[in-house]
Design a protein around this ligand. Sequence first.
Ligand code: GLN
Length: 500
Amino acid sequence: TFAPITVLEALEAISERNPELNAFASHITPAEANASESSEGPLMDWPIAVKANIATARSSVTSCASRALYAYTSPFQATVVDSLERAGAAVVGKTNMDEFGMGSKNKFSIYGSALNPHTPALVAKQDGMTELDRHTPGGSSGGSAAAVAAGMCRAALGSDTGGSVRLPAAWCGVVGFKPTFGRISRHGLVAYGSSLDTVGIMARDVADVQSVFDIVAVPDPLDMTCMTSSLRARIKALASSRPWITQAHGPNRSESAPLAEIRVGIPEEYWVNELSEPALESWRAGASRLAALGCEVVSVSLPHTPSALPAYYALAWAEASSNLARYDGIRYGRRSDIRPDTRNLQNASQKYANTRGEGFGAEVQRRILLGTYVMSSAASEHYFTPSQKIRRLIQEEFDNVFALPNALSATQPLALSASRPLGVDVLLFPTATGAAPRLSDQEDSRVANYVNDVMTVPASLAGIPAISIPAGHADGMPLGLQLAAQYGDDDLLLCVARHL
Ligand code: GLN
């Protein structure tokens, strides 16, 4: 456990370290912190950092690190931020990110890259070290991960569409949790891929993640994809109908084997060629640790895993092209100054085109174009439809390996038998194939950047909860291990993660 960080300590750390790390796009001053009265609650005096794609009404822009929204202030505040403030927390600033959440290295940002606080001190002192020699914090929630790792906040909110909370958490050596799709309200989160987007939580340990999760994982009538209280109740009933878990984890829990009766699956397909030796080593060590805590560790198969990455990108781009159509300069954000003659329609659309061409960065434009293509009538049967089918198969494969039925597909209240069914309770696999690369690595390869997400997108496609936990180092840079669980089984996941 770590000593808690207060708001004033966080602001001190920000003024000391942020000029170097560039984790915050904007932050409050100690005077502003003193002036704002905070409520009393379980998160009193918690400094919390919020990714720049989550709306905060006061004091800061919600820019999504894009030129299109660089000075945009939201007229309303995200439900998650409201909940945190009601619980006593203080938003200390908005964090750097990849533009609209699109990227894995926090490189595509109007603020420039955020940097990884773990770059070994010796290397950092060498002469002639340029920013590109530093390590990336990962992305897209790179600023949030760097802020937690450098003690500039106690917890941070990020967004995770295909890994954007888990990957930077792993590379910065902090905990990063993507809950089940729909568990946390997205009202006020700027949309990227709506069928995949989730709000995620980062902190130094699982206990702090859990404290924030308990506050923000509540129904919200303003977000129709947010789970209703009846679905939440159903999931809870289902999860607590597992006798093997309720018995082993009730009051008579064994101290020497706190995770007795938990069955952990090691998915074979995650053993990919790209996996580095240190990542493999940390995976082995994690499995042994769980076994020592009383878990039964077994091998499982998720055969469609290799198709997850291409399917994810086709779907995420398609959804992004539709979601980002709203940035036409009329209702939101920045409008082009180039003044076409607006007497005829063609010139009006030139105005939109100028606005979008100037506002979006190259990566965002590339994805909008590809996404529009993927959904065109000529291409959809080759890309969009097959990707949706793959997504369904991946969901079914996860359902097949978990002992707990999926609350969305289980139609009747389940009477689970007292004896343990086949199937696992959690899955264990690396968060990334290795540690954070330097910003200069892979400079020439776009596809190589997309490959960073190979370990994180399957859980996103299936909407299941997954968490990255710090697990070892490679050349001084942190590595992360991921645990994933059945749809809605977030509490068991956090319980296992707490011990790992
Ligand atoms: N790196 C992935 C992408 O660029 C994931 C991003 C995310 O989760 N927001 O799409």
